[in-house]
Design a protein around this ligand. Sequence first.
Ligand SMILES: [Zn+2]
Length: 288
Amino acid sequence: MTPETCARRALGDRPEGLAHRLGLGLFPELCVVCGRPVAIRDRYRDICPACVTRLPWRLPSEMSIPLVSSSLLGLFSAKDYRDARQQRLIVPFHYEETTRRLLRQLKFHDAEEYAHVFAGPMADALRLVLYSRLERERGRRPGRRLAGALDSALVLPVPLSAGRRRERGYNQAERIARPLAALLGLPLIETALWRRRETGRQTQLDNTGRLANMRGAFAASPEICSGATFLLVDDIATSGLTLYEAGSTLRAAGARDVLFVVAASPSRPESLPSGARHVYADALFRAH
Ligand SMILES: [Zn+2]
């Protein structure tokens, strides 16, 4: 924990709290990567511009990827396949050493400054992808629909099971979703979706097992979902199966549209040489 964080906690102060509003400035933000002070004018909070440039950014053309990994799509029914193929995941970063370290800090130490590092780039990636698509597809319905969807979306973190949440004390997806919602000027809602059961670690399962394990894992509130558009938020997406299942549950409960955004996603096995795929899969599911 940085001295700044200690001090903030001791004072019960959050950035939007009293000391911040009074501009006391006793504790300048420190970069979570290199520890140097971060100037207030910097674009992203809690990280300095030099470290921002060294993060494993995706190219703009790689910030919108298929929601579900193609290695799993082949196992879907014809209807689910058609449905899943149309869905896109928006993601600003590759899942590499730096992003892995920062996301683990967030996951296991509940340090909110790590959430800020991701929320800003996620908001930018959403705007970049959805509005540039709007430009490209000017006059065509899908672009208009997606950009319009973001304007009216409810921000929804992917829920943990009740047991896991109790054990950890918080949901890391919610930690990212909250500043993201503030940056986008959208409401955050946590009660629309919940886990019906613990799905456990998927490490030991093959693709068919993972699919069966996730099916029916979520339940959603028809009262909240009816006619609503959601921006579903998580920290990491690997196969995309968790997000797909959560999104399908929301739509089955009446949601009109679901957009998907995560902080980081590893390169998918289909984009690697075949010899590297086992290594990828092992590393991936151990890390998760
Ligand atoms: Zn730095």
